[in-house]
Design a protein around this ligand. Structure first.
Ligand code: KIV
Length: 260
């Protein structure tokens, strides 16, 4: 099982693999397969049909993180700190401590660059392992006026490099980069000594993360360009459920072998 130290040492080595999970059932399938599991607040959209991540609460994240830790006891688990739970150092420390005390998560993830460095520092100096997250930050959707690809010009690239360095200096051991142009991603990754994990950032990061329901084809609302669909999960399930309905209606199920 990965640790904070082994993850830090993975810089410039075999790319790290991360998948999201929200429940014990899928977490147990992913257990020991990827280096890390992220309990992302993206669950608010894929599990809860909400338009964004903003209404996910700490209670929701703790509930799902507990389920994932139960299902994947041999995998490094990261819990997303939801919107509004880390607006100042004291609040962040209180809420991240709850995650550590009420779940077996190994680390928490926080969105934000230089403006959040003091929050990251408050957690890391109190023995809480922090994953940073910069670039396209879903919790900033309203303040930014939408989801915008970052790193399109030199000014923004320099800002992102400054953000990455501030997050690293504050003590984060890993940095998620989301929705950043590939050449900018390469420069950010080279500018820090902690590993970067990309989503929608191309191939230059130290690892990749995908949302499980996107990559396994269960989330059907839309498919972003950066997602590779490894399974057509929804079609597989639809076909199976249709077959079950047909079997029941035809009295083909339960058969003799399913009967006491
Ligand atoms: O919430 C989430 O799933 C995430 C990933 C997209 C990195 O933050």
């Amino acid at each position: 099982m990965q640790t904070v130290t082994s993850i830090k040492n993975a810089k410039n080595r075999t790319p790290l693999t991360v998948i999201t999970a929200y429940d014990a059932l899928f977490a147990s399938i992913f257990n020991n397969r990827t280096d890390m599991i992220l309990v992302g607040d993206s669950l608010n959209m894929s599990f809860n049909k909400k338009p964004d991540t903003l209404s996910a609460t700490l209670e929701i994240m703790i509930y799902h993180t507990n389920a994932v830790c139960k299902g994947a006891p041999d995998t490094f688990v990261i819990c997303d700190m939801p919107f509004g739970t880390y607006t100042d150092e004291q609040k962040a420390l209180k809420n991240a401590s709850r995650v550590y005390q009420e779940t077996d998560a190994h680390a928490v993830k926080i969105e934000g660059g230089i403006e959040r460095a003091h929050i990251i520092k408050a957690l890391t100096s109190n023995s809480i392992a922090v994953v940073g997250h910069i670039g396209l930050m879903p919790q900033y959707v309203r303040s930014e006026g939408g989801y915008k690809i970052r790193g399109k010009d030199e000014k923004d690239i320099l800002k992102l490099i400054e953000d990455a360095k501030a997050v690293e200096k504050a003590g984060a051991f890993l940095l998620v980069l989301e929705g950043i142009k590939a050449d900018a991603t390469k420069r950010i990754t080279e500018a820090v000594s902690i590993p970067t994990i990309g989503i929608g950032c191309g191939n230059a990061t130290d690892g990749q993360v995908l949302v499980w329901s996107d990559m396994l084809g269960f989330f059907q609302e839309f498919q972003p360009k950066f997602v590779k669909k490894y399974l057509d999960g929804a079609s597989v399930v639809e076909k199976a459920v249709d077959e079950y309905v047909k079997d029941v209606q035809n009295r083909d199920f339960p058969a003799q072998e399913h009967t006491y």
